[in-house]
Each structure stands twice: as structure tokens, then as C-alpha cells.
Write a protein that binds this ligand. Structure first.
Ligand SMILES: NC(=O)c1ccc[n+]([C@@H]2O[C@H](COP(=O)([O-])OP(=O)(O)OC[C@H]3O[C@@H](n4cnc5c(N)ncnc54)[C@H](OP(=O)(O)O)[C@@H]3O)[C@@H](O)[C@H]2O)c1
Length: 276
């Protein structure tokens, strides 16, 4: 059972990835992202999830430098954007991200979305990036089972991570089972439903019982199922609150009630039907 904010999960190549991290989608570059990332690191977070398309890699890099924490003690994820998919363009995109982050390597490099006809070439580039030591682990986001099946037909390296929308209204059992069988770790994005789940009455009942907030209940639900989670907040108090989930446990009955909320409801796009 996970005990602290620094607990990790072992990816199939042996790399230890923190179970908990800070997401920075829709966080402005400059002061806003620097403040959020520094607050998180100060609160004990080790893992930061950004992406080229978030356009805040420069600020994330600045925050890392200003935090005073050794680079090797942090776990930095970024992602190749759809417009840059393809072999050469992905190699170039990673170099640009490293330049912006001012880092020699990232800990995890992800394909952001399964762009049809492109993601297998993109994956070959990620394999090269991994072999060249520019990413300690590589993976995908938003891959359904059929995308992974297709990728695995040609891949030489099995993705270490699949980052997908996952929260109590979208528990993603099918893809979780598939990933488990292939040794791919599942990472929950939008764990709080981009903030839209934070008034849910059933979750509120469980939260009140434990004297915790709904955000804390959901994040604890992730960790108790060995799901990596990366809630986003720009507010220091919430960043601290979200990580304050190691002093209680959800019972089997709590877990059952939350699991029963699944409605296959997405707040983001369906990876079978996106237009960006
Ligand atoms: N791979 C992908 O395609 C993909 C897609 C979406 C997201 N992601 C990643 O996943 C991360 C998290 O997902 P997300 O940003 O969609 O949303 P989220 O983490 O589910 O929710 C964030 C929202 O909840 C609010 N919030 C956070 N903690 C709170 C608390 N304790 N109390 C009240 N409100 C709280 C935040 O507001 P404030 O910031 O104002 O506090 C923000 O509006 C992203 O930042 C990104 O890194 C990846």
C-alpha cells in the first residue's frame, strides 16, 4: 500500500516513477507555472507533467532550477504534439522540448494523441530517443486497446506508460486490464474531471466521513488501485491539500461505491474522434 508522496511504481524497464505528480495543462508560462511547480516541489512532489502544447516548458525548467532540488531527484514528463508526429519531426520536437526545459533528458516522453497513420513512425522515434538516453522511459497517451494492439505489431519496445483520462465517472476497466497484461502502467489524467467532479454528492458523503475533501478522496482512490495520478492546481493551498492523502484509507466498501459511479463519461475528447 502506498504510504507517501515519494512512493514510486516500477516501470517495465526498471525505472521508478512517482505515483503522484503535478499536472500543468492550462497553466500559464512564466510566474504562474513557476509558482505552481515550485510550490509542488516544496510540498514534496517529485513528478511534473507538462507537454510541448502546454507552452510552459520554459517556466517548468526555470522552476526546476530555482527549486534547488537535484535534477535526478525529479521526474519530468513531456509529450510530442500531434502536428509534430512522424519520425524526424518527433526527434526534432524532443530536442526543442529539452532546450526549453533546459534539461539533458526527460524522465518520460509520451505520444500525446494517437494520430492515425503517424503514431507508429512517432513510436520508432521514441524508441531511438530512449536508446539515445534522452528519455529514461517512453509511452503513450490516449491510446485505446486497438491503438496499442496496432502499435505493438511493429514496436520493438513496449510503452512503459499509457496516460489516459480516468476518474470516478470514467474508470477505464477494459484498457486497464489490457495494460496490466502487457506490463504498461496506467496514469490518470484529469483525475478530478478537470475540476468538474468536486461537488459530486456521493463523493461528498465519503469525503465527509473521512474528514477529507472530494479531491483527496478521488486521488486516494487512484493510488489504492496503483494508478499513477497527476492533479493540476495553480494554488499552493490546493497543491498541498491534494497531496495530503497518506493519513487515511478508503475501505473496500468506499472503493466499491466509487467504482459504481462509472458512467463511461468523458470530459475530454475521445481518442477515436478528435480533430486537433
Ligand atoms: N495526455 C493528455 O491528453 C492530457 C489531457 C488532459 C490532462 N492531462 C494532464 O493531466 C493533468 C490533470 O488534468 P486536468 O488539468 O485536466 O484536471 P484535474 O487535475 O482533473 O483538475 C484540475 C482542476 O481542478 C481544480 N482543482 C485542483 N485541485 C483542487 C482542489 N483541491 N480543490 C478545488 N479545486 C481543485 C483546478 O483549479 P486551480 O488550478 O484553479 O486550483 C483545476 O481547475 C493536466 O494538468 C495534464 O498534465 C493530460
Amino acid at each position: 500500500m502506498i504510504k507517501s508522496l515519494q512512493d514510486t511504481i516500477t516501470l517495465h524497464n526498471g525505472v521508478e516513477m512517482p505515483m503522484f505528480g503535478l499536472g500543468v495543462w492550462q497553466v500559464e508560462d512564466g510566474n504562474e507555472v513557476i509558482h505552481a511547480v515550485k510550490s509542488a516541489i516544496q510540498a514534496g512532489y517529485k513528478s511534473i507533467d507538462t507537454a510541448a502544447i502546454y507552452r510552459n516548458e520554459v517556466g517548468v525548467g526555470a522552476a526546476i532550477r530555482e527549486s534547488g532540488i537535484a535534477r535526478e531527484d525529479l521526474f519530468i514528463t513531456t509529450k510530442v504534439w500531434n502536428a509534430h508526429q512522424g519520425y524526424e519531426t518527433t526527434l526534432d520536437a524532443l530536442d526543442k522540448s529539452l532546450q526549453k526545459l533546459d534539461l539533458d533528458y526527460v524522465d518520460l516522453y509520451l505520444i500525446h494523441w494517437p494520430v492515425a497513420d503517424k503514431y507508429n513512425d512517432t513510436w520508432r522515434a521514441l524508441e531511438k530517443i530512449y536508446r539515445d538516453g534522452k528519455a529514461r522511459a517512453i509511452g503513450v497517451c490516449n491510446f485505446h486497446v486497438h491503438h496499442l494492439e496496432n502499435l505493438l505489431e511493429e514496436a520493438e519496445i513496449v510503452p512503459m506508460v499509457n496516460q489516459i483520462e480516468l476518474h470516478p465517472l470514467l474508470s477505464q476497466l477494459e484498457i486497464r486490464e489490457y495494460c496490466e497484461a502487457k506490463g504498461i502502467k496506467v496514469e490518470a489524467y484529469s483525475p478530478l474531471g478537470s475540476g468538474k467532479l468536486l461537488k459530486h454528492p456521493t463523493l461528498q458523503t465519503i469525503a465527509s466521513k473521512h474528514n477529507k475533501t472530494i479531491a483527496q478522496i478521488i486521488l486516494r482512490w487512484d493510488l489504492q488501485q496503483s494508478i499513477i495520478t497527476i492533479p493540476k492546481s495553480i494554488h499552493e493551498q490546493r497543491i498541498i491539500e491534494n497531496a495530503d492523502i497518506f493519513d487515511f484509507e478508503l475501505s473496500a466498501e468506499d472503493m466499491r461505491i466509487i467504482n459504481a459511479l462509472n458512467a463511461n463519461e468523458r470530459f475530454g475528447a475521445n481518442p477515436d474522434n478528435f480533430n486537433f
